[in-house]
Design a binder for this molecule. Structure first.
Ligand SMILES: [Zn+2]
Length: 116
């Protein structure tokens, strides 16, 4: 049977949709707040050696992921014949020994991924 526009069932279903939208907004905001809390916690505890064991593993994993991001960026730059100054972030020819912007003596480029 067709449901006439404005019928009880139609109203109920649009109410449900509106409630679901509100629920989704609250859930998204909550997820975002948890993400921000995690980021804040990570930033203030990444060098904390006496961090509780239940957090340590995750903090260490995030550090490894950050390192691997750097390695992938280095690999990308290398394919373009470039590297980055680890002191100031300047992009330079791959075989440079010193940064032409800040004068930093460049270190060997990290190209090995760490296993997570
Ligand atoms: Zn530099």
């Amino acid at each position: 049977m067709a449901i006439a526009f404005g019928s009880k069932k139609d109203t109920t279903s649009s109410e449900v949709k509106s409630i679901e939208l509100s629920l989704k907004q609250v859930e998204d905001t909550k997820r975002n707040m948890i993400y921000q809390l995690g980021e804040l916690f990570y930033e203030s505890n990444r060098e904390n050696e006496s961090i509780d064991e239940i957090y340590k593993e995750k903090v260490d994993t995030i550090k490894k992921l950050e390192y691997n991001c750097k390695v992938w960026n280095n690999r990308k730059l290398k394919t373009q014949g470039l590297r980055m100054c680890e002191n100031c972030g300047n992009t330079l020819p791959y075989d440079s020994s010193f940064c032409n912007k800040c004068g930093y003596k460049l270190q060997a480029v990290s190209e090995e991924l760490v296993i997570i």
